[in-house]
Design a protein. Structure first.
Length: 117
């Protein structure tokens, strides 16, 4: 069982920044891909950004140019740097990992991000 611990959410004003962190209980060298998803009230969970073991990244169109996903292999941690935040970015953000080999997927507990003045 893979444990994911997220941190870094909170309340921020429009135009502000936050950095989310997701620490995995396993070496991320055993991970095929990691990603951040979000779910706003009344909406489906959506992919925000992903990064593969080869460090290939992809982003939702709505966050391109504002959000950056990165990973620290030594800390088994993936980050989401969020800049120029907008009220529509308000959601619960979830970390997800897909394991190499089994392709099993695991979720973090979620962290609330609220963008409001």
């Amino acid at each position: 069982q893979v444990q994911l611990v997220e941190s870094g959410g909170g309340l921020v004003q429009p135009g502000g920044s936050l950095r989310l962190s997701c620490a995995a209980s396993v070496s991320i060298f055993s991970v095929y891909a990691m990603g951040w998803y979000r779910q706003a009230p009344g909406k489906q969970r959506e992919l925000v950004a992903g990064i593969t073991s080869g460090s290939t990244t992809n982003y939702a169109d709505s966050v391109k140019g504002r959000f950056t996903i990165s990973r620290d292999n030594a800390k088994n941690t993936v980050y989401l740097q969020m800049n120029s935040l907008k009220p529509q970015d308000t959601a619960v953000y979830y970390c997800n990992v897909e394991m190499s080999g089994t392709r099993n997927r695991y979720w973090g507990q979620g962290t609330q991000v609220t963008v409001a003045s």
